[in-house]
Each structure stands twice: as structure tokens, then as C-alpha cells.
Design a binder for this molecule. Sequence first.
Ligand code: PLP
Length: 430
Amino acid sequence: MTLPPHLGIRESHLTIGGIECSSLADRFGTPLYVTDQDRIIAKYRDYHTALGSLYPKVQVLYAAKANGNLAIIKALAREGAGADVFSSGELQLALAAGIPCEKLLFNGSSKSQRDLRLAVEHDIAVSVDSLDELFQLEQVAGSMGRTARIAFRVNPALDVPTHPKIATGLATSKFGIAHNLIPSAYREALGCTHIRPAGIHCHIGSQILDLEPFRKAADVMMRIVADLAGMGIELDFIDLGGGLGIPYRHGTETAPGPAEYAAAVAPIIKKGTESLGIDPELWVEPGRSLVADSTVLLCRVNSVKKAHKNFVNVDAGFNLLVRPVMYNSYHEIVLAHGVNHIPEETYTITGPICETGDILASDRHLPRIKAGDLVAILDTGAYGFSMSSQYNSRPRCAEVLIHDGTPALMRRAETVDDLTATMRTPPWLS
Ligand SMILES: *Cc1c(COP(=O)(O)O)cnc(C)c1O
């Protein structure tokens, strides 16, 4: 198995950021998410450098939904990152992390009046998903005596090779406005009094390992930008969204990195904007490709059972990592204190949730495992903790961040008191 540079093997013990996973599990308890901050920052710099070498003005917006821990957003904010936020909560976290308003884009296909007001109040650009939303925003901004900066979300009608639940640019998807209707949407925006068209936006899906769909989307976007230029609309930014995948199957899968991605899309935007004589900023919104491989989920083995299959029952399930169940995703799993021990058994790794489907990995060849052992699930930094739940009344686990060889809590584990903190007793039960 190939490991990214922040993971290592020391006398067959898995290390992250130079620290043995078993010592982290002993110190902080399990289950435990452990993230290497320096890995995330290195990826961010890769994006910024690669795009910046091919296009004069670049802004990398971190897609905060991939991993919403404030510490991670802060670390990226210090590097100069912006953020793509998809809810008022993410917006407020991004502001709390110190990301300036002009580096934020408020996305979403179903924003409330309160969401729109918050965006206008902070002068945050809004990705508008429908004409209905445009006219609501016009009203909200008008009532506040302000002007809202907008970008329409383009649906480029691209069939993207990924899991259907995360293909967002299909003609049939709930997201965006059909690309052929975009010029008329901007015409509507020009007719508004409290709206200023500031940019244009698309996002075609997630875990995309092929560069061709990104090229096609960039082409579609450039054609629209040319149409808009013809209408006299000059944009501040062209936002190509996120979606670059990572190789979850180590050794057998490969994925283009930020440099290859930049080489695929930036020249299309450069050529197009130069020929139009305009110089908008180029924005991208990576989530998964920034944070996914930075993190391991450490789980303790509760019991091992030989039944229909060889089950390894661990202390984390789809309450903490829903991807295998939701998207049928593959994550590498290793025995944390015997990474390169010889595989002797075929195991199915199951969680503690009362659902037959609570399976994290099926039929993996692993060294012999016994109760008390520690297993590490790799590449869990994106859509891991951020999609967790308290199902089965299981308090969520802690998260540790490592920087420069030092681990520290970035989220304490919840307790049963946290579960009940928001519950209220109706008067007839007290
Ligand atoms: C989720 C999302 C992203 C990030 O997608 P990744 O696949 O994690 O890179 C970017 N932009 C928008 C609008 C999104 O919804």
C-alpha cells in the first residue's frame, strides 16, 4: 500500500505527522479523528501555486462543508484561503475563522430569507440558483438599502463519471440554471435595482478523477462569459467550483493533483479572457482534494466474530463515517500497530450501530485481529466528521489536529450531557 508523505510506518506502527497512532489513541481515546494540518496547507499551496503560475489573479476557496472544524478553516484562512459556504452556519464559521467577506461565496439551492439577509449584511457574494431566488434577493437587499453581489450557478449539463449522488452538473440535477438560460438570467439581474452581477459559478460534482469534465465545464463557462461580455457585463470572478477526487484505493487508483487540474482549466480561462480583453479573478472551490487524505479515523476493536463472515466489530460506525454506507465508498483500513504484518484473514469491518448496513469495509485481507486492537481508516478528512450524527445516542468522538509534530484537541468528544443539552421536558412530563 502506498502512503501519502504525512503518514509513515515506524517498526510496523502507523504514524501520522510523525506520531504513532496507537499513542494518540491511548492519550485521546477512541474513536478518534486525527488530522495533519501541514498536509492540508501543502495541498492548498499546491493549488494556489499551480493556478497562480498559469493565471494572473487566483483565489482558492475552501469548500467548508468537507470538514467544518474551525481550526482547519483558521489554518487555511491564515494562508489566504477564501471559503465556499453552503449555509449560514458555514458562513458564520468562516467569518469566525477570519476569512474576509470578499473571499466568500454563499452557495446553495435552497436559501432562506434569513440566509439572504445575512449575506447582504456582510456584503458576501451570493451564488444564485434560480430566478425566484434572484427576485427575493432583490427585495431583501432593497429593504436593507444595500446592493447584493451575485453569481448565477450554471448547470452545464455534463455527465460526470462519479457516484450519482455527487454528480451535481447533470441536466437533471437540482443545482443551477441551465447554461442556455444563463444570459437571460443576467439580463433579469441587470433589470434589478439592488443586484450587481459580480461573477459566474459552476460546480459539476465530487470525487471526479478525470480532467475532461473540468475542461468541458471551463469551455461552457468561457462561452457564457463571452456572451455576457457582449451584453456589457464585466465580471469580477469566474468560479469553476471544486470536485477533484483523490485516490481512495492506494496503489491501484491514481488521481490528477492540483497541478494537472490547473493545467487543464487555467489555460482555457486565460485564452478566453485575453481574447475578450477582460481580467476577472479565477476562483476554484476544492473541498475533498484539500482535506480528505489529511485524516485517519482510529477505531478500537470491541470483538471479533466468526459467523457468515469474519466480522471485526469496531467502536465507530456510520454515525462517524457515513461514506461507505451512503456512497458505497472504499476506504483503506490498516491494523495501526501492524501495518506491514502479513495479511492472514479476510475481515469485514462493522460499526456499533443497530443497522445491518453498518459496514465500513467488506472482505479486507488483513493481519490477524483481536479485541483491543487498533485499526485506522484512511482518507477520512472530507465528508467524515462533517457528515456524522448522534444516531443510537452515541456522542460524537474527539478530533485531534497535528501541526509540526504537536497534537492538540480541535474538538473534544461529546458526552451524554451534550446529547441531552438541547432536549426539553414538555410540562406534562415534568
Ligand atoms: C461541495 C462543493 C464543493 C466542493 O466539492 P469537493 O468535491 O469536495 O471538492 C465546491 N463547490 C460547491 C458549490 C459545492 O457544493
